[in-house]
Design a protein around this ligand. Structure first.
Ligand code: NAG
Ligand code: NAG
Ligand code: NAG
Ligand code: NAG
Length: 166
């Protein structure tokens, strides 16, 4: 009875240490390049709202547009022009001429992209991307975690040994 109690304690300590190790390792995130539309790429008659909602875009990430360069373009516009499929509020012409363009997401805001007029207007070829700031949670380094856990570990071992003697 008392022996299994000690084992449970030790297991708890091991689990705590493992959890601490996991927490420290998730504190860093490398930037992601999002391929627009996934395997559907950038084309007419595809609902990019669905695609966009399934992704999380962080500041520092990239967007990659791949498309038929003979037919389509990519324009970054403001919200009004996105809704109206107009190139009046053009912020940046992403079109590079090779049918493969990347753009870095540098600000926490919603970015709006449309294809050339008719494809946007008639075929819903547009995408809105909501970019958020990465929130870093302070994680104490592993050594510090171990130092906090050490007295607990010693206590558990002692408890385990004394209980076994009884
Ligand atoms: C695209 O998907 C969104 C989210 O599911 C939906 O609200 C919208 O009506 C769809 N658009 C079209 C044109 O089907
Ligand atoms: C939207 O676009 C249409 C057609 O190009 C134009 O007539 C209309 O004035 C635009 N509306 C806005 C709010 O820009
Ligand atoms: C977008 O740009 C157009 C044309 O410059 C302007 O009339 C409109 O107010 C802008 N909309 C937003 C939301 O900034
Ligand atoms: C954007 O750039 C492409 C390639 O240079 C060009 O063909 C297209 O006309 C431009 N669109 C606008 C609205 O400036």
């Amino acid at each position: 009875m008392s022996r299994s109690g000690g084992v449970v304690w030790l297991k708890t300590v091991v689990l705590l240490a493992a959890a601490a190790a996991m927490l420290t390792s998730v504190s860093c995130r490398s930037t992601v390049c999002h391929l627009i539309g996934g395997k559907e790429l950038w084309k007419p008659n595809h609902n990019y709202t669905d695609w966009s909602l399934q992704q999380t875009f962080y500041v520092g990430d990239w967007l990659h547009f791949v498309y038929n360069k003979e037919m389509f373009t990519v324009l970054e516009v403001n919200e009004t022009s996105y809704k109206n499929c107009s190139d009046e509020g053009i912020i940046f012409n992403v079109t590079g001429g090779f049918g493969s363009d990347v753009i870095k997401l540098t600000q926490p805001k919603t970015y709006y992209f449309i294809a050339n007029g008719d494809y946007c207007y008639n075929n819903d070829m547009k995408v809105a991307v909501n970019v958020v700031e990465i929130v870093y949670v302070y994680q104490p380094p592993m050594m510090m975690m171990m130092m906090y856990l050490l007295p607990l570990q010693v206590m558990c071992v002692l408890l385990f040994l004394t209980r076994n003697r009884q």
